[in-house]
Write a protein that binds this ligand. Structure first.
Ligand code: C2E
Ligand code: MG
Ligand code: MG
Length: 761
């Protein structure tokens, strides 16, 4: 008996020591704790070994001390292990401190025991002629046991909680350790009550230690892996088919069954069904994947099929598996997104980027075909939106898109490149200029209650250079388009050499503007404004450029260039300043005349017009009522509210605001009644275009009457003949401007004229 136990104990000591050493080498974080715990089981076993081998009281008592102190050490490291194994943190664990104090007290009492014998004594028990020294517990021993059981209970509770809370597969890690620990604890209890001299339960703790070594460092939950894989396979959204090495289907998951409409018992029919659907693609001993489309157009279904072969340990083909993923939803979404990205939502035509890309590809792929780039722009589209509704505006756009679709063939590309701007790339032989102008330029859109005559302008560029950017081609067509004037009956303009030269000329004079302003090349000319009796009451300041090499430039040449590139701001600022200089001089000389200056629509973009003008009159000490400002109707076409505010501001400051060129563009009598203007300048140029003079006169008379009613005074400009003057006077017009009285002339000449008085031409 004694020898057998000795052998078992020695074996356990060696086993635990080697496992402890091995655990120390482990790369797992818990390795060192496991190592410590296994090392800690050896002292109680060594203690027991000494007890059963000693035969005399002193060594047996030493053995007991080793045993009990070893037990304290073991119980402490068991706790440390359990805390870490269950995934808690040892260093910050609150309960740990209490346990350690209790254990420290226990260790302390064994320190006193040799003198006080308050923990235990021993008594000899002869067994087979050998004296075992059996433990006779005292009060201190009860404390020791309470501490040991207390810690054991805490550890057991921790493991129970973990076992219960973990998923079934994982709980094995905890339940096995828990079971063994309970067993060892029960065994220990049995030893205490049976009062046998040998603590056999140490065998239990030894085995417990070895199990911990295995479970915490080497155990891999194979069942877990198997089950997880099985779960993944049956729950994956793709259809999964498994084939044996002979190519026979042996299993399929739910989606696989759904896809092929088979059940468990007919897996072997799978080959034929899949083959019928996707062709001969099954059980092949190689890895591949491929996309399949079944059906057509909107009905099309998209599948991605992947085949993987599986080899055994020796690299021999063992079988294969195939996944079939129904990609239809994704594909449809992708196609929808593609469509949305490349097609305009409102009209369904290509978007700008996509159109440019397609045109570029087309031009590269067939460079021999002669093609036009055509840009189409709806005139005054802004007004359509403002006067009617946005829905009506949309209708107009859709209508034009439809017309483009119906007119151009499949050989053309077209799209909507901005708000009301469309572009197309059309083979030259399919684009008859006159025919296209007729088809596109003029049509009526109505929605039952309103009808509106839509005017479309077309800019055309023939692609002569294949390698330039599509955006440059579009720019060229747009440039042609921008040359179409509202007052011409021409709706198509072609980009040509003259236009190109014109553009270059524009750039050329733009570069010279700043110098021209400082050198006095640009100067104001004054054109007289007279009252009913022919007396000069004021003048309009009009810019002239006396160019050193180009000669005399009329504003009709350079103003449009600067209006386009925004440099008009510099010209206007200069002109306003010049007008103020003249007015301030006149004021001093007692000349009682006003000067009208022009304000370009672009000025409102680039500066605070009201502040600028107010600042100027202040600087020159000019009475604001002497500086009149002329704005055109186009100013009021965008951002009406803020423009109205600016005009109000100017009027409040004492300036007289005039509406220039009334009758030239989109004149709305309706708009007039809300317009904060004092004077209406009716341009005879536009009216004299009309053949029917009676009609023209009727219009003018009505405008004059209306403006009278609204408290706005009418001024007719462009008066060239005496008869015009007479007729207009008769209609009640009180102010006139025109060649009949005087052309725009240099300031000095004008001052001369005011002194001599006008003798009409
Ligand atoms: P506008 O403001 O309507 O100026 C009147 C234009 O009509 C002037 O042309 C003037 O010479 C012309 N005109 C005057 N009486 C008659 C007439 O009896 N018959 C005809 N056929 N024409 C007459 P101009 O000076 O060539 O200016 C053209 C336009 O250029 C101006 O039209 C104005 O819009 C613009 N402009 C001129 N100077 C400036 C300026 O300093 N700033 C801005 N923003 N625009 C200016
Ligand atoms: Mg004017
Ligand atoms: Mg005018």
């Amino acid at each position: 008996m004694r020898d057998q136990f000795s052998v078992i104990f020695v074996f356990l000591i060696i086993a635990l020591a080697s496992c402890s050493a091995a655990a120390k080498q482990s790369k797992k974080t818990i390795g060192s704790t496991v190592s410590l715990f296994m090392a800690s089981i050896t002292p109680p076993i060594i203690g027991n070994l000494i007890i059963i081998r000693s035969g005399t009281v002193v060594p047996a008592t030493i053995g007991y001390y080793i045993y009990f102190l070893g037990m304290d050490f073991m119980i402490w490291s068991l706790l440390k292990f359990a805390v870490e194994y269950c995934g808690y943190k040892w260093s910050t664990n609150a309960g740990r401190v209490i346990m350690e104090i209790l254990l420290a007290v226990d260790i302390l009492q064994y320190g006193f025991d040799p003198f006080l014998h308050q923990a235990f004594t021993t008594e000899p028990v002869p067994v087979d002629g050998f004296n075992y020294y059996r433990l006779v517990p005292r009060l201190g021993q009860a404390y020791h046991r309470a501490v040991v059981y207390g810690v054991l209970a805490v550890v057991i509770i921790m493991l129970v909680i973990k076992t219960v809370r973990s998923s079934r597969i994982y709980s094995e890690r905890y339940s096995v350790i828990l079971g063994t620990l309970i067993l060892a604890a029960v065994w220990q209890t049995f030893y205490i009550f049976s009062r046998t001299p040998v603590d056999r339960s140490m065998i239990g703790f030894g085995i417990f230690g070895l199990l911990i070594f295995y479970f915490s460092l080497y155990y891999r939950p194979m069942r877990l892996l198997d089950r997880m894989l099985a779960n993944i396979a049956s729950e994956m959204p793709e259809a999964l088919f498994l084939f044996d090495s002979g190519g026979k289907c042996i299993w399929g998951n739910e989606p696989a069954k759904e896809l092929t409409g088979i059940d468990e018992n007919t897996f072997d029919k799978m080959d034929t069904i899949l083959g019928g659907k996707f062709g001969d693609c099954l059980g092949k001993p190689d890895n591949w994947f491929s996309g399949f489309v079944l059906g057509e157009d909107d009905e099309a279904q998209y599948f991605v099929i992947e085949n993987h072969h599986v080899n055994d340990d020796k690299g021999r083909f063992a079988g294969s598996f195939l996944t079939v993923r129904d990609n239809t939803g994704e594909q449809r979404k992708l196609r929808r997104e593609m469509y949305n990205a490349t097609h305009d939502r409102l009209t369904g035509l290509h978007t700008r980027e996509y159109l440019y890309q397609r045109i570029s590809e087309l031009v590269q792929n067939s460079p021999d075909v002669r093609r036009y780039i055509v840009v189409l722009n709806i005139r005054n589209f802004k007004v359509v939106n403002d006067i009617f509704t946005n829905e009506f505006g949309d209708k107009v756009l859709i209508y034009l898109a439809e017309r483009i679709r119906a007119t151009l063939s499949d050989n053309s590309l077209y799209g909507r490149i901005a708000g009301d701007i469309f572009a197309a790339c059309v083979p030259v032989d399919e684009f008859d200029m006159d025919e296209m102008e007729r088809r596109f330029s003029d049509y009526t859109v109505g929605d039952g209650s309103v009808e509106y005559n839509i005017l479309v302008h077309l800019g055309v560029y023939e692609i002569t250079e294949q390698n330039i950017d599509v955006s440059v081609m579009i720019d060229r067509a747009s440039l042609a388009l921008s040359t179409i004037k509202d007052d011409y009956h021409k709706h198509v303009a072609v980009y040509d050499e003259a236009l190109r030269r014109n553009m270059l000329w524009g750039q050329h004079i733009s570069n010279q503007l700043t110098d021209a302003l400082t050198d006095g090349q640009i100067r104001p000319y004054l054109q007289a404004i007279v009252d009913k009796s022919g007396r000069i009451v004021g003048a309009e300041a009009l810019a002239r450029w006396i160019h050193p090499s180009e000669g005399f430039l009329s504003p009709g040449l350079f103003i449009p260039v600067f209006e386009k590139n925004g440099m008009i701001v510099e010209v206007d600022r200069f002109m306003w300043k010049s007008a103020c200089e003249i007015l301030s001089r006149w004021q001093k000389e007692g000349v009682d005349l006003f000067i009208s200056v022009n304000i370009s629509p672009k000025d409102f973009y680039f500066m605070d017009v009201a502040a600028e003008i107010r600042g100027l009159v202040k600087e020159y000490g000019v009475d604001p009522s002497r500086l009149r400002v002329e704005i055109t109707e186009t100013v009021m076409m965008t951002d009406i509210e803020s423009k109205m505010k600016i005009l109000d501001e100017l009027r409040e400051a004492g300036f007289i605001v005039e509406m220039d060129d009334f009758g030239s563009g989109y004149s709305s009598l309706n708009m007039l009644k809300d317009m904060p203007v004092d004077v209406l300048k009716i341009d005879m140029k536009f009216l004299s275009r009309t053949e029917d003079t009676v009609r023209a006169q009727t219009i003018v008379r009505n405008i004059i009457n209306l403006s009278d009613d609204l408290g706005i005074s009418a001024l007719t400009e462009g008066v060239e003949t005496e008869s015009q003057y007479k007729v207009l006077s008769g209609m009640g017009c009180r102010m006139f401007q025109g060649y009949y009285f005087s052309k725009p002339i240099p300031v000095g000449d004008f001052e001369e004229l005011t002194r001599s008085g006008i003798t009409p031409a």
